[in-house]
Design a protein around this ligand. Structure first.
Ligand code: NAD
Ligand SMILES: C[C@@H](CO)CCC[C@@H](C)[C@H]1CC[C@H]2[C@@H]3[C@H](O)C=C4C[C@@H](O)CC[C@]4(C)[C@H]3CC[C@]12C
Length: 369
């Protein structure tokens, strides 16, 4: 818990604070932000675990609300010094309509910016995504790139398009005068694929492997590198950025930073096996068992089935043309911008990150739905 010897005066708001990343940000703030007086956790769905946080020295205020409702956002933001906006609709599987994704990710972000301006909140950290850059639909590799690497960003899918628009809104709002006359200071963090305790897709793949008798079948060439970053390090980066933005606004305001750590560069499937292997799963094949054209055929078939079945049920498998293209396109980051600008070093080594995630997966063993 926070060191109570320091003055506890700050009020933070975390939107989406009950999500996978949001929960880690909330817990990290309570452990590593000694100046915290009140922590507001805003989410559409509040988690029962918030109850156990009420006993510490920081006042934790749970707010059930919707970022698409401007008045709810303004009420939650009023009086906060810092907003960490992680709430978002993360959907690359066709569960939600493109209108809903836009409404939550773009209009929701605009509402957060407007609320900061109206109520006088000066610091805003936005959880963006690697997908504001790529991979693009042309399959161009982004190999160990940084924030300045030229890349043809082409956003056709609603989710990356919404994240790119929202990031642009946040970065362009830097410098706007908030109530009281001070400038708004904003920045954006761009995680690559986050993994760690609570990661829904890792959970789904683990259960899928168990149903298949402890096996997964290779579908992606081992040579395709996919960027991954541990959730604890992403959360730590949010805490640090929020703190340093208050001191180094001139340097950091309006900037975007990739989230990175020492997680190894591997294909999506080989990386998952670093975690799922010690949990009893095996990846069958050294090369993809099916040719790419057949996988693409299956992905298109899934998309067609999704469309046909929509009036009756929601069919949203992992494999669709967009996820197949993502998994098949190299996208990895190598940068030290966060270290240069605000002294970021990962809090968790790769060994720690892996051990923690393995522990979480093992605890699920036997509880498959
Ligand atoms: N998971 C990843 O690999 C990844 C990678 C890069 C960026 N991101 C970004 O990180 C953020 C968090 O993602 P996550 O993986 O934790 O997803 P998540 O779905 O676990 O968390 C999102 C949270 O936002 C909340 N939310 C959704 N709509 C809302 C609304 N209308 N009003 C209020 N709250 C709402 C959800 O209830 C949920 O608790 C998102 O902005 C996402 O785009 C995620
Ligand atoms: C073809 C399958 C055979 O095993 C593998 C499909 C894997 C896909 C489901 C995932 C491959 C890449 C993932 C995405 C990536 O890690 C980055 C993301 C950015 C973030 O903002 C949201 C999550 C995601 C889109 C993530 C989703 C799952 C993949 C597409």
């Amino acid at each position: 818990m926070a060191d109570t010897a320091q003055a506890q005066e700050l009020v933070y708001l975390v939107t989406g604070g009950c999500g996978f990343l949001g929960e880690h940000v909330v817990r990290m703030l309570l452990q590593r932000e000694p100046r915290l007086h009140e922590l507001r956790v805003f989410d559409l769905h509040l988690g029962p675990w918030l109850e156990e946080l009420q006993t510490g020295p920081v006042q934790v205020t749970a707010i059930q609300g919707d970022v698409t409702q401007a008045h709810e956002v303004a009420a939650a933001v009023a009086g906060a010094h810092v907003v960490i906006h992680t709430a978002g609709l993360v959907d690359v599987f066709g569960r939600a309509s493109s209108e809903t994704i836009h409404e939550v990710n773009v209009q929701g972000t605009q509402n957060v910016i407007d609320a900061c301006v109206q109520t006088g909140t000066q610091f805003l950290v936005y959880t963006s995504s690697m997908e504001v850059v790529g991979p693009n639909i042309k399959g161009h590799p982004f190999y160990r790139g940084d924030e300045d690497t030229p890349y043809e960003a082409v956003h056709k899918h609603p989710y990356p398009r919404s994240k790119a628009l929202a990031e642009q809104l946040v970065l362009e709002a830097n410098g706007r005068k908030v109530r009281g006359g001070r400038p708004l200071v904003t920045c954006a963090l761009r995680p690559t694929g986050i993994y760690g305790e609570g990661h829904q897709i890792m959970r789904d793949i683990f259960y899928q492997g168990q149903r298949l008798g402890g096996r997964l079948f290779r579908a992606i060439p081992a040579s395709v590198e996919h960027g991954r970053v541990y959730v604890g390090n992403v959360a730590w980066m949010h805490v640090l950025v929020a703190r340093e933005l208050q001191q180094r606004g001139a340097l950091m305001g309006g900037q975007a930073y990739f989230c990175y750590d020492s997680s190894p560069y591997k294909s999506y499937e080989d990386f998952n096996m670093e975690i799922l292997g010690p949990c009893g799963l095996r990846l069958v094949g050294t090369r993809p068992l099916l040719p790419y054209w057949l996988l693409m055929f299956l992905a298109v078939l899934n998309a067609l089935l999704q469309w046909l079945l929509r009036p009756l049920l929601l069919y949203a498998p992992l494999l669709n043309p967009y996820t197949l293209a993502m998994a098949n396109t190299t996208f990895t980051v190598s940068t030290n911008k966060a270290q240069r600008h605000f002294g970021y070093e990962p809090l968790f080594s790769w060994e720690d990150s892996r051990t923690r995630t393995i522990g979480w997966v093992r605890a699920m063993d036997g509880s498959a739905p």
